[in-house]
Design a protein around this ligand. Structure first.
Ligand code: ME8
Length: 653
């Protein structure tokens, strides 16, 4: 449970160099889901998103478009606002860094740092990447190029104000070490700690070679470094540290960010706040990247662009949100596939959830004249619903939305089994069971009410539609639908709404049509093939006859690994959880389907061959970071090993 009953949830403020893509949608949907969940628990929530409009990058894009930076920003910001509306994002505020309210707070913030003696004038000489809006350490520069964006760096030699970041190195290390919730997940926390322990240098925080930014107070030849300007947005949206909302919401902040901007949020931001004498935010929560065929979705890579607007329009915003939240555990990277989106929509949303609602409502109209019956004794569904609710709450408090959805869909599946085994349509004709029919349907209707309330944070429109089909006047509830509390609250006698499919089935022809609309022609699997086959954006399917190039084989990172620990995974006859030393200074956890061939104790100390660069996956709720090679067709017959002693982590080629 959150100790404090108010919570401030933020997304990064996005650059207005181009329209939002799926990556931006992901962070914003995560933040909206957490915000809606906390609101449904009756907590005070302030949810902020916005746009980052200053800096060299925006100035350059505007110049290329023969317009002014502000005119450019005015145009692009509308695309962000439209997208958030389409994705049912209910933010409490939207901040633009070009607004006077922001500028005023940035200027005061700067002055505080000056007053503390933490800003001094010197000169900067080094490399700068405009795409990163970041200085590139000499050690990372290869042939004058940015290693992330593969674009040439600018050599900068100019006077610059510096922030005495080095002063705060010790205090930052102490803060991170004594506040485990500050940087999540833990892997990011360890990275940041290692970075800070490597030594903090003072930070160049002003530029003179362009002018699109907030002028340095008292020295307008300089503009304030865009990251300092941008980070302060989290305070300026509250009206500054003395602002009307600051008392309630600062420092109860959870900053949601992608892993690309962890350093800015976990090193620059906290040291700047320390210097200004402002308490640090409670949490920086970093998620992984969405990729397309292994490449990060990014504005500068048109081939990876996935338009969330199109997907939300063609499916529903709820289906897209569900997919983003369910597909990848928060913190890991995920490869996006249109097929996986369609498949989850059809199976989990259409077949499992949609059918449950539809058949229950249809039965209630047929046998109960469309009214909620009186409740009888609670069935097994009541206990399952309480467990699902409590697991979902615990998962959301710990920022694991995919786990929360898993728990909620346990209830969906249990309710479908309940329909199957009670078979209410046979009850009316069976004199021994006819009296049980109303109670049975009550249990199902109440389950749908609970599901609607549990799902509203994830799928606001469909959750509300489920409640509306039960005759709950969603709009009349004082706030938005509340998290479920007591079993049996659906009032007897209430008129049910008309059943309508929540997620209409997408058949093969419709899928082909949608893929045609979504996938750019150059990205289709076989763009030269005669028409007829459904185009696909999924990774190429293995073709028995196809041979791999040498480069393709080289992409496989095979390594020797020593098994340090092995145990069975409860509830599975096939799976073992292994801890394997790959010479990385930490053990990798690998889930392996070899339990029918090997007992855990047989494996300890063995050297095996591991696919080390397999994308991490969640198997039965356990993170698996690699795969063991083994011989055997359907069943594992023997593990692949090496013929002689080698150190863990040795390359196998
Ligand atoms: O960095 N997968 O803005 P930005 C997942 N203005 N998330 C992604 C993503 C992907 N492939 N691509 C982008 C900036 N994101 C600064 C922020 S905050 C004070 C200033 C998401 O437009 C993710 O949240 O480059 C990432 O951190 C953010 O968009 C970067 O957005």
């Amino acid at each position: 449970m959150v100790a404090h009953q108010s919570i401030y949830i933020t997304t990064p403020i996005y650059y207005v160099n181009d329209a939002p893509h799926l990556g931006h949608a992901y962070t914003t949907v995560l933040a909206d889901t957490f915000a809606r969940y906390h609101r449904s628990r009756g907590r005070a929530v302030f949810f902020l998103t916005g746009t980052d409009e200053h800096g060299q990058k925006i100035e350059e894009v505007a110049r290329a478009a023969a317009t002014t930076p502000l005119a450019h920003a005015d145009r692009v910001v509308e695309r962000f606002r439209d997208t958030w509306k389409r994705l049912l994002i209910a933010n409490d505020d939207f901040i633009r860094t070009t607004e006077p309210r922001h500028k005023a707070v940035v200027e005061r913030f700067w002055q505080r740092l000056v007053d503390r003696g933490d800003i001094y004038l010197s000169s900067y000489e080094g490399w700068y990447c405009v795409a990163c809006e970041d200085f590139s350490p000499e050690s990372q520069v290869v042939d004058g190029m940015c290693p992330i964006h593969q674009r040439s760096l600018s050599r900068i030699e100019e006077p610059s104000y510096f922030f005495r970041m080095s002063r705060y190195e010790r205090t930052l290390i102490e803060h991170i070490e004594s506040h485990p919730a500050f940087i999540q997940p833990e892997s990011r926390r360890n990275e940041v700690l290692a970075f800070v322990k490597g030594g903090l240098r003072d930070l160049s925080i002003s530029r003179t070679s362009f002018s699109w930014g907030i002028p340095v107070p008292g020295d307008p030849a300089h503009v304030i470094y865009v990251w300092v300007d941008a980070l302060v947005n989290y305070l300026s949206a509250l009206g500054g540290t003395e602002g009307p909302n600051a008392d309630t919401f600062w420092p109860h902040a959870v900053h949601l960010v992608g892993k690309d901007i962890v350093r800015f949020h976990c090193v620059y931001w906290p040291t700047l706040l320390m210097a200004a004498g402002v308490p640090l935010p409670k949490t920086v929560l970093a998620h992984g990247w969405w990729t397309v065929r292994g490449k990060k979705i990014s504005k500068s890579m048109p081939a990876t662009r996935v338009d969330p607007n199109l997907l939300a329009e063609d499916l529903s915003p709820d289906a897209l949100r569900y997919f983003l939240l369910r597909e990848v555990p928060l913190g890991l990277d995920g490869d996006f596939s249109y097929e996986a989106l369609l498949s989850r929509t059809n199976s989990e949303l259409g077949n499992d959830l949609g059918n449950l609602v539809n058949r229950t409502l249809t039965l209630a109209h047929r046998f109960l004249a469309g009214r909620v019956p009186s409740p009888g004794h609670p069935s097994e569904l009541a206990a399952i619903a309480v467990a699902a609710r409590d697991q979902a709450a615990a998962a959301l408090e710990a920022y694991h939305p995919s786990r929360a959805l898993d728990a909620i869909f346990e209830l969906v599946r249990a309710a479908n089994r309940y329909v199957d085994h009670t078979a209410p349509w046979t009850m009316a004709k069976d004199p021994d069971r006819a009296a049980l029919l109303p109670t049975t349907l009550y249990e199902l209707l109440e389950t749908i009410g609970w599901l609607g309330r549990l799902l509203v944070p994830f799928m606001p429109a469909k959750g509300a539609a489920m409640l509306a089909q039960l005759g709950v006047d969603v709009l009349a509830e004082s706030t938005l639908p509340a998290w479920p509390d007591r079993w049996g609250e659906l009032p007897a006698g209430q008129s049910l709404g008309t059943p309508a499919p929540l997620f209409p089935k997408i058949d093969a022809a419709k899928s082909a049509e949608l893929l045609n609309r979504w996938v750019a022609p150059e990205l289709r699997e076989d763009s030269s093939a005669p028409t007829g086959g459904a185009p696909s954006a999924a990774p190429p399917k293995a073709d028995a006859a196809a041979s791999l190039t040498f480069d393709e084989v080289q992409r496989l990172d095979l390594r020797t690994g020593r098994i340090e620990h092995a145990e069975r995974i409860a509830g599975s006859t096939r799976l073992l959880r292994l801890e394997v030393d790959l010479g990385e200074g930490r053990r990798r956890q690998i889930v392996s389907g070899i339990a029918e061939t090997y007992a855990p104790e047989q494996l300890l100390g063995r050297t095996v061959v591991v696919v080390a660069n397999l994308a991490p996956a969640n198997i039965r709720g356990t993170l698996s970071e690699g795969m063991l090679l083994a011989a055997g067709e359907a069943a594992v017959e023997a593990l692949a090993t090496v013929d002689g002693p080698v150190a863990p982590g040795t390359r196998v080629r």
